[in-house]
Design a protein around this ligand. Structure first.
Ligand code: HEC
Length: 162
């Protein structure tokens, strides 16, 4: 479930159901053994294995920046303290929560949570508030050393936009 390609993987799993079913239907109808279904099943399975560790097709940051903000995003982007909140998030969160994470060992943003662009930050206001403002769940083990004052700023920003 952890990859942005989960929906493609689900589709391929359904297709594997079709190839297996076709094989048994053919045997039971005494129409021979369509052994090609084995090959197709194996190919689909390899595709699934590959997709599960391939990066998603989220596009890049420039593309994302170009999309206009929704009304919901606008509300938090215009709330008092947004510029600072965006800066904090870029400095303390974006190395992991990026379209192409810079953090060693991460191939995509954890849980698909992107925190790079203004829209990303505005859209995730509530999650940021919960994970990094009022709780210390993020960053994990405070690995990027976010000071308590910054957490307070994130909290104040979310409450201002609420
Ligand atoms: C070192 C990498 C790293 C950094 C830095 C980091 N995160 Fe995360 N984040 C993770 C990982 C890993 C998870 C997935 C945790 C899990 O599966 O329970 C996660 C999950 C999340 C989630 C989803 C939580 C959920 O359960 O739905 C949010 C929201 C989030 N992070 C926000 C932030 C914010 C805000 C910051 C900065 C203050 C931040 N993260 C910094 C690695 C990081």
């Amino acid at each position: 479930f952890g990859t942005p390609n989960a929906w493609i993987i689900a589709c391929l799993v359904f297709l594997i159901g079709v190839t297996i079913r076709h094989y048994f239907n053919s045997i039971h109808a005494r129409k021979g053994r369509p052994n090609w279904t084995w090959a197709v099943t194996v190919i689909l399975f390899i595709a699934i294995a590959w997709l599960s560790s391939a990066p998603g097709f989220d596009g890049d940051v420039e593309q994302a920046e170009a999309v206009p903000l929704t009304r919901y995003e606008m509300r938090f982007a215009q709330a008092e303290g947004f510029e600072q909140a965006h800066e904090i998030v870029q400095g303390r969160c974006a190395m992991c929560h990026a379209r192409a994470p810079a953090w060693d060992g991460l191939r995509w943003a954890p849980k698909g949570v992107l925190l790079e662009t203004r829209a990303d930050v505005a859209r995730n206001a509530r999650a940021i508030y919960l994970q990094a403002g009022v709780s210390h769940a993020m960053p994990p083990a405070n690995i990027t050393d976010i000071p308590q004052e910054d957490r307070a700023l994130l909290t104040a920003w979310y409450r201002a936009g609420q």
